[in-house]
Each structure stands twice: as structure tokens, then as C-alpha cells.
Design a protein. Sequence first.
Length: 269
Amino acid sequence: MNVASRIHVGIGGWTFAEWRGSFYPDGLKHDDELAYASRRLTSIEINGTYYRTQTPASFAKWRDATPEGFVFSVKASRFATNRRVLGEAGESIERFVNSGLAELGPKLGPLVWQLAPTKVFDEADVDSFFTLLPRRVAGVALRHVLEVRHPSFAVPAYLALARRHDVATVLADTDDHPSFADPTGPFVYARLMRTDPQQETGYPEGAIAGWADCARRWTAGEDPAELPHVGAVAETVSAGRDVFIYFISGAKEKAPFAAMATIEQLARD
């Protein structure tokens, strides 16, 4: 598998009114928006799963609307993560995982478990939660990434725990949540939240080039030292890692253009 095929770049969801007439051409049917977006981006983070349980038929429909090689990441149910005791989320985790994810087949990317901003790091509780995360469903392998949103997670103890369970950690490009690039899992997952309405491509050209360069280095097994870290920069990380980059939040109307610009940047070399 070549480097380009390991780097997946996209947006959160595919339904947004302000994309109509800008990213989506006038007259495009709403039912055709996913098919259109998936042929200009290489991945989409499904966010609707955070709010409500989907059906196997919906996952199958999304799978069939997208081209070969396209990948979905899926945001896990809030009922599993927005709770005081994560270790008691077993039933909610099981309900989400068995809601039809396996219908995506090879198009299933990571499952994103987003914690509440008020959730403080509790090593024993997070350990229990990680233990609950299944590794397969209906024969399909599952990969997990945790988005932490409280500064108490920015400690070596959390890094060690996530590495022990082989769970990746979201690198959030924002000032609103902890932002650190320490590798904790077998892939890299970045949610970039600084899109600017004044920038044609959401991020400045130099920033787009910088993130594309980081993506190439991540797949090569590097740990970019210029990014924020909690622990020491890793001298070597396993090469061949998949990379997932999503332009989310910020000026959402610019997210598709930032993603397309990053894909174009990656194609130049």
C-alpha cells in the first residue's frame, strides 16, 4: 500500500446548509451529497451516530454511495462517553458497536470516543473503559481513538495507559481542549479546528502544507517534534501508520475546501 492511500482527509458529516451552492453545486439533490463529497474527499467522520442510534440499513446505504477506498470514521454514542463513570458504559458500548457498523466493511475507519469537557482523568476508570472496547464486530476489525477534553489527561500516566490498550488519542488543533501529538495507538487521528472564514481554503496555504508534511512523516514512522507533546518526542514509531485528518469546527463552511487543498498538497509530491 502506498503512502497516499494511508492518508485519509475529510470533514465531519456531509449535510450542512452553507455547503450548498459553494461546495455542493446548485441543484444537487440532498440524497446525492454523500456521493458527491466522497469523490472529492477521501474520508468523512460520521457525527450523527453521536446523537442517535443508526440502523444497519443506513450504514449499508452510506457504504454503497461511496467509492472504493473511501473510509468513514464513526463518532461513538454520547451515552457511552458522557457519563461520570466510564467503566459502567458496557451496555451503551455494546449497543453502539452492534448497531450496524460491520455493514461498512473495509470502509470502516476508527471509532471516535469523545469525552465530556468536564471528565477528569481517573486512571482506574479510563482503564476500565478501555477494557470494554471490543476489537471486532461480526468479523470486522475495530480501531479506537479517544478525544480527551480536560487538561488533566495531559500527563504521562494517561499516555502509558492508552499505549497499553493500543488506543489512539485525538490531536486537536485548538486552544479550547488539550492538544498533544504523543503517539498512543497504531494510527494518527487529527481534528483540525481553526478554519478561518477569511481564508479561501480555511487554513492558510503554509498551514495546509505543514499538515500535509506532518501526515507524510507520520506514515513514515516519525513523531514531528514541532507539535505539542506531553512526554518526550518519540525517536521511532512504527512506519506504515494510517493517518486520519478532519477539518471540523471553526468556520465550518470552509472545511471541505481545507480538506481538498490538503489532498491536492499531498498529491504534489
